[in-house]
Ligand binder design. Sequence first.
Ligand code: BDR
Ligand code: CA
Length: 401
Amino acid sequence: MGHEGKSGEKSRREFLAGSMGAIAAAKLGSKLMRIDSGEGALSAAAKGAASSASRGLAPTAASRLLAPTAASPHRIIIDTDPGVDDALAILLALRSPELQVEAITPVAGNVPLEFTLPNALKLVEIAGRTDVPVAAGARHPLVRRLITGEHVHGNNGLAGVDFPEPKIKPVAETATEIIRRIVRANPGEISIVAVGPLTNVALALRADPDLAGKLRSIVIMGGSLSGGNVTPAAEFNLYVDPEAARIVFDAGVPLTMVGLDVTRKVLFTEDRLKVMETAKNPSGVAAGRIMRATLERLNRGPHPMIEAMHDPLTVANLIDPGILTLKDYYVEVETEGEFTAGQTLGYSYAPARGSAPMATAEKQDGTGVLATDADFKANTKVAVEVDPERFFKLLLGRLTA
Ligand code: BDR
Ligand code: CA
């Protein structure tokens, strides 16, 4: 349960050098795409993946992104900091047959690990899914002091709602260990759905340079191309551990970024709460209690807030890919700005270009000429549009069923 390590010596580019993932992903095309949930939209790539598999070939990044079939559930590890919206995301995933949750790996974020870990255990018990292992993750970001969000999530991370203490325990493996073991045993099969700070995921990628090539994808709730929610620049998960985020975005794994650009558009209102409170099953009842307490807390202060369903939206799009529209970007994470650390910058046609060197800087190699747009390669599918009604129909339907 201890802090799993400090920032490593490997340069961010070394992660890219070992993998062709980003390049293959870029070849999927850089146009705005809605990944249709129907079989037809998957056909070419999925058939290619199937035929590669039958010939014993390693899956490409393209086939890893587009491999789901109606028959086999998408196998995921949920990396999370529960957290009010994390709790709903976990319950949604556990109640959705399209997803097979292989493990849950809590990390410090919304509240310290002392809460996120037992919260995850409580949630699997509430859902009747104690078959899902819960493995303790990092207590702190890679190099920064932990910043938490009790003002949104309550002191215990579940809006102050007192659920019974969990009877089950976390498994002996750490988050890093369980991620590595499951992914290595199932190459090309597992996606990490990361809805908290990216510390655990970065630690796993850093500990095992081959891991990036064995993941099917990483689906991230975090970042924003339209301003932050903690600072004008940064979204909370990226703000808490920008260095970890940078490792993950540079790893060459097929990435999906579900950021504030879309999550701010799925707002949990009183009307939706009333529907949730009709639930009779323990997961739906728990979700209703958490959200009732959250809305009461958030509306008490001088600046009423409406809770956005950041993390459930991220899970929902794996169940129904018609909820989000994705677009190819090269996403860079700012780690050095005094006021902008954790900002995500999306390049849609030009290669990533850092700031120009100071005139007083020692002359570096190179000519000082800008790289051309022809050098553009995407590393992330960024969610740019959302269908909120379709999302809430799914969320409320699954939690009240
Ligand atoms: C993200 O930060 C957390 O507060 C939420 O759980 C979500 O993962 C939104 O910025
Ligand atoms: Ca979260």
